[in-house]
Design a protein around this ligand. Structure first.
Ligand SMILES: Nc1ncnc2c1ncn2[C@@H]1O[C@H](COP(=O)(O)OP(=O)(O)O)[C@@H](O)[C@H]1O
Ligand SMILES: N[C@@H](CC(=O)OP(=O)(O)O)C(=O)O
Length: 813
C-alpha cells in the first residue's frame, strides 16, 4: 500500500496530467496505490478571487468562472480520446454551473462566509480528481474514485479544519477495502464536518490529505510529487544554487516547511511520522531524479545545517514595560488573547530580564493581533505598567534548520556575522533549546540577499560571489578590468571567489547589471548605459541589494568620493585609489572609517600612497602589532622622482614633465604633482593612519615651483615651466656640484609633517631611486638601527591597478 500525491503544478495541463497517469499506472502495478490530486495549478486562487469579487458586487467573477470552465474542458479534450469525453465533459459543465449558482448567491448576499468559501474552493479538487479518473478509465486501468469529503471528518473550523483521526482512519480503511481495486483516486484538500458540510485543510492541504490516507492505511510509503526534485537546501526561487537535500529527518522537514518551504505543507509530517512511514518528495517532470527521503534518522550531514527557509511578510509585536518584571502571567495572557483571535504565532522571543516579549505573526493577522493584545492589556497600559504595544511590519523570518546544529558551536555566530557583514540588520532572534532551528527576523526586502548569503556560507564552501562596481575606466580602471578578466578563473579555482563586475561608470555614463558584465566587452555595455548621475547610481546599486559588494573608485573625483558614506552605511565595501576622501578634512576621513567599522565593512585605500607598494598595509601591521612609528621619510611622488631622475639640463624641464604625463605617471592635472600637493596628501594620509589628527593645511610645503606656474590652465603651466627653465637648471646644478641628487621628500616626525625638495647625498636610502620609484623609510621602536624600507615603482597604471586588486581581495576575505 502506498499513497502518491500530485500537486497543482503536476496536473496543471493535459500534458502534465498524462505524465501523472503514467506514473500512477506504474505505481499501481507494484502495490495498491491511492492517488491524491490537487486542483489544476492556480485554480484554488482563481476560485477564491471569484468568490471575493462576487461578494464585493464585482460581476467580473462570471468571466473568471467561464475561463475556469474553458480551461477544464480544454484539458479534458486534449487528455481523452473523443469517445471517452462525454461523461466527464458533462460532469465539468454541471459542476461549473453549480459554481456559478454558488457565486450568484454570494453576489446576491454580498457576503462570503468561511463556510461558503470552503464549498467554493472544493470544486477545484473535485474537478481535477474526476478528470484524472477519466484519464485512467481511458487507459483501461481499473480504479475507484473516493470522495475525501465522506472519508475525512473534521471540526467546523472552515479554512483550517482539524481532523478527527478516530473517525477518519476507520472510514478510509473501510472505503479502501470495499473498493477492492489496486488504484484509488481521491481529491486532496477537501473534507467535511460531522453535519456533512464541506471543509478544507488549509492552503497547500492536499499534502496533508495524502498523509492522512497514508497514516490511516499504514502505507509503506508516501510520495509527494511536485515540480522540483525534492526538498531543497533553500527556496529555489530565491537561491539559484539551491540543491535537493537527499535525506532529511521528519523534524527538520517540518521546521523547514513551517518556516516557508512551500514544497511541503507543515501538518503533513505528523500522520506519517507517528508510524515512521517514509515520505518521498519527487519530481513529476524528472521522475528519475533521486528526490528527498524524509525519515526518522537520516545519516549525518557534512554541512551541519540541513536547509534554510524564509517566511514573510511578518510583523513583530512587542509587549514591553517594567510592570512585567517578576510577575508571572503576562505571556500566558498574551498568548491566550492571540489564540482567542486565532492568530498563529510564528516565533517568540523573551529577554531574560522579562522586560519584553516579542512575537512574530503573519502580517495579514497583525492588526487583529495588536487589537487583541491592546484590549487584553488595556488596564496595564493605561496605568503605565506596560508601554503601548509596538508593532513593526514588512519583516520576514529567515531560519536555519538542522538537528546536528546542537552539537556544533559557532553556527549562530557564522549566521549573524554573514548577515552583518552584508548590512542585513537582525531585528529579533529565536533559537529553541533543542537548537534545531535558528531564526532571525529581518526586513522583508533583505530576504533574497540573506538567503543567498546564508546559502553561500553554509552550503557553498566552493564559491563565494563578489560583486564589484568600478567607477573610472581610464588608465588604471581599464588595466584593473583587464587584470580582473585575466584572473577570474584562477580566483574561482584557487580562492573560490566568483568575482563579477556588476557596474561600471565613466565620467559620462554608467551601467549596472546584476547578472555581471562581460569583461571582454565592457566598453559596449558602458556605451549603452544611462547618463551618469552618481546619486542614481548609488541608489540603484543599493536597491539591487547584492551580497559581498565592493565599490571601486579609480577616479580622482570628489563627487565619486561623496558616494562612499551612503554605501558604507549599507555595508558596501569601498576600495579607492582616489585620494580625495582620505585626504579631505579629518572629520570626513574619520567618519568614513567609523562607518566602515560600524557597518562591518571595509574602506581601503592602499594605493593612495606608493601605488601598488604595500605602504599603508605595512604601517597598519606595525601599529597593530604594538610598534611605534617615530619618523617616516619618503619619496612619494612617482612623477617628481621620474622628473628629477631624468632632468639633467640637456632637455628642458617642461619636456621631462610632459613625458611623465604622457607615460601616465602624473595625476590628471600634473600641477598637483609638481606643487607637492599630491605628496603632502600622501604623508597626511600616513600621519593619519599613524593616529594623528592632521589637516592638509598642517603639512608644511616648501614648494620649488615658482608661483607664476600655478596661474592659468595646464597649457599655461607648461609655458611657465619653459619660462623658468633657468630656475630648474640652477636647482639641478647646485645638487650635481656636490655629487647629490634632487629628491622631493616627505617627512613625518613625532606628529608633524612637511614636504619639500632636498639634495640627497650618495649612500642615503633615498639616493638610489630609479625612474618613477617611490621609497618609504619607517623608523620605529623595532626598526632602530636601520629603517624598514619599502621601495619600488610608485606610479603606473599596471602597478596601481594591481594594488587596487589586492585591496578588493582584502575587502572580501
Ligand atoms: N526548500 C524548498 N525546496 C523545494 N521547493 C521549495 C522550497 N521552498 C520553496 N519551494 C517552492 O515550492 C514549490 C513546490 O510547492 P507547490 O507549488 O505547493 O507545489 P505543488 O504544485 O506540487 O503542490 C517549488 O516549485 C518551489 O518553488
Ligand atoms: N489546491 C489547494 C490545495 C493544495 O495542496 O494545492 P497544491 O498541492 O497545488 O499546493 C491549494 O492551492 O491550496
Amino acid at each position: 500500500m502506498q499513497v502518491l500525491k500530485f500537486g497543482g503544478s503536476s496536473v496543471a495541463t493535459a500534458e502534465n496530467m498524462q505524465r501523472v497517469l503514467t506514473l500512477a499506472e506504474a505505481a499501481a502495478r507494484r502495490t495498491t496505490t491511492v492517488v491524491v490530486v490537487s486542483a489544476l495549478g492556480g485554480v484554488t486562487d482563481a476560485l477564491i478571487e471569484a468568490g471575493r469579487r462576487a461578494a464585493a458586487a464585482d460581476g467580473a467573477y462570471r468571466e473568471q468562472l467561464r475561463q475556469l470552465e474553458k480551461r477544464h474542458l480544454e484539458v479534458v479534450r486534449s487528455l481523452l480520446p473523443i469517445a471517452g469525453q462525454s461523461a466527464v465533459l458533462s460532469f465539468v459543465k454541471t459542476h461549473c454551473n453549480e459554481l456559478e449558482h454558488l457565486c450568484d448567491g454570494i453576489f446576491a448576499l454580498g457576503e462570503l462566509s468561511d463556510r461558503t468559501l470552503d464549498r467554493l474552493v472544493s470544486y477545484g479538487e473535485l474537478l481535477s480528481s474526476r478528470v484524472m479518473a477519466a484519464g485512467l478509465a481511458a487507459r483501461g486501468v481499473a480504479y475507484a474514485w473516493l470522495d475525501s469529503r465522506q472519508l475525512i471528518r473534521t471540526d467546523a473550523r472552515y479554512g483550517h479544519a482539524a481532523v478527527d483521526f478516530g473517525v477518519t482512519n476507520q472510514q478510509i480503511q473501510a472505503a479502501v477495502t470495499a473498493a477492492g481495486v489496486p488504484l484509488l483516486v481521491a481529491p486532496g484538500f477537501v473534507a467535511a464536518e460531522a453535519g456533512g458540510s464541506t471543509t478544507t485543510l488549509g492552503r497547500g492541504g492536499s499534502d496533508y490529505t495524502a498523509a492522512i490516507f497514508a497514516g490511516a492505511l499504514g502505507a509503506e510509503q508516501l510520495e509527494i510529487w511536485t515540480d522540483v526534485s525534492g526538498m531543497m537546501t533553500a527556496d529555489p526561487r530565491l537561491v539559484r544554487h539551491a540543491r535537493p537535500i537527499p535525506r532529511i529527518s521528519y523534524q527538520e522537514a517540518m521546521e523547514l516547511s513551517h518556516f516557508g518551504a512551500k514544497v511541503l505543507y507543515p501538518p503533513t509530517i505528523q500522520p506519517v511520522r507517528q508510524q515512521g512511514i517514509p515520505l518521498w518528495i519527487k519530481n513529476t517532470f524528472a521522475p528519475n531524479d533521486a528526490g528527498t527521503l524524509v525519515e526518522v534518522e537520516p545519516p549525518a550531514n557534512k554541512a551541519i545545517v540541513r536547509g534554510l527557509s524564509s517566511i514573510g511578510p511578518v510583523a513583530l509585536l512587542r509587549l514591553e514595560g517594567s510592570g512585567m518584571v517578576g510577575i508571572p502571567g503576562f505571556s500566558r495572557r498574551l498568548f491566550a488573547a492571540l489564540a482567542r483571535e486565532q492568530v498563529n504565532v510564528i516565533l517568540i522571543t523573551q529577554s531574560s530580564s522579562e522586560h519584553s516579549i516579542c512575537v512574530a505573526v503573519s502580517e495579514a493577522e497583525a492588526a487583529r493581533a495588536k487589537q487583541a493584545a491592546d484590549t487584553e492589556f488595556e488596564a496595564e497600559i493605561n496605568n503605565g505598567r506596560l508601554d503601548p504595544l509596538d508593532m513593526e511590519s514588512s519583516l520576514a523570518i529567515v531560519a536555519l534548520v538542522g538537528e546536528q546544529m546542537k552539537d556544533h558551536p559557532g553556527i549562530s555566530g557564522r549566521m549573524f556575522s554573514a548577515l552583518g557583514t552584508n548590512g542585513i540588520n537582525i531585528r529579533a532572534i529565536a533559537q529553541g533549546s533543542s537548537e534545531k532551528n535558528i531564526s532571525t527576523v529581518i526586513r522583508q526586502q533583505d530576504v533574497r540577499k540573506a538567503s543567498n548569503v546564508l546559502h553561500e556560507t553554509f552550503f557553498e564552501a566552493t564559491t563565494r560571489q563578489v560583486n564589484l562596481v568600478v567607477a573610472g575606466v581610464g588608465n588604471v580602471g581599464s588595466k584593473l578590468l583587464e587584470q580582473l578578466a585575466r584572473q577570474q578563473t584562477w580566483l574561482r579555482e584557487k580562492l573560490r571567489l566568483n568575482l563579477r563586475v556588476v557596474g561600471l561608470a565613466n565620467s559620462s555614463r554608467f551601467v549596472l547589471n546584476e547578472e555581471g558584465l562581460d569583461l571582454e566587452n565592457w566598453q559596449q555595455a558602458l556605451a549603452g548605459g544611462q547618463p551618469l548621475n552618481l546619486p542614481t547610481l548609488t541608489e540603484q546599486l543599493l536597491a539591487l541589494n547584492l551580497r559581498n559588494t565592493v565599490f571601486v573608485d579609480v577616479t580622482a573625483s570628489a563627487e565619486v568620493a561623496a558616494c562612499y558614506a551612503p554605501l558604507l552605511a549599507r555595508s558596501v565595501a569601498v576600495v579607492a585609489c582616489n585620494k580625495v576622501a582620505a585626504s579631505s578634512e579629518y572629520v570626513a576621513y574619520a567618519r568614513l572609517k567609523t562607518l566602515a567599522s560600524d557597518f562591518n565593512t571595509q574602506f581601503l585605500f592602499e594605493t593612495n600612497v606608493g601605488a601598488g607598494l604595500p605602504v599603508i598595509g605595512t604601517l597598519n601591521d606595525l601599529l597593530r602589532s604594538g610598534d611605534e612609528v617615530h619618523r617616516i621619510e619618503a619619496v612619494l611622488s612617482g612623477t617628481l622622482n621620474f622628473v628629477f631622475n631624468n632632468y639633467d639640463g640637456t632637455r628642458p624641464f617642461a619636456e621631462v614633465v610632459r613625458q611623465a604625463q604622457n607615460e601616465g605617471y602624473t595625476e590628471p592635472d600634473p600641477r598637483l604633482d609638481l606643487t607637492g600637493v599630491d605628496v603632502a596628501r600622501k604623508i597626511l594620509i600616513l600621519a593619519r593612519e599613524s593616529g594623528q589628527h592632521l589637516e592638509l593645511s598642517d603639512i608644511e610645503n616648501d614648494s620649488f615651483l615658482p608661483a607664476s606656474c600655478l596661474e592659468g590652465d595646464v597649457a599655461a603651466f607648461y609655458e611657465q615651466l619653459a619660462v623658468h627653465e633657468p630656475h630648474f637648471r640652477a636647482l639641478y646644478d647646485a645638487a650635481a656640484e656636490k655629487g647629490e641628487k634632487l629628491r622631493f621628500v616627505a617627512r613625518y616626525r613625532d606628529g608633524q609633517a612637511r614636504v619639500g625638495l632636498q639634495s640627497i647625498a650618495p649612500g642615503h636610502d633615498l639616493y638610489a631611486l630609479q625612474g618613477k620609484d617611490n621609497a618609504v623609510l619607517f623608523f620605529t621602536n623595532r626598526y632602530t638601527e636601520q629603517p624598514l624600507v619599502i621601495k619600488g615603482a610608485g606610479a603606473g597604471a599596471d602597478v596601481t591597478a594591481s594594488g587596487v586588486f589586492a585591496d578588493i581581495l582584502r575587502a572580501v576575505q
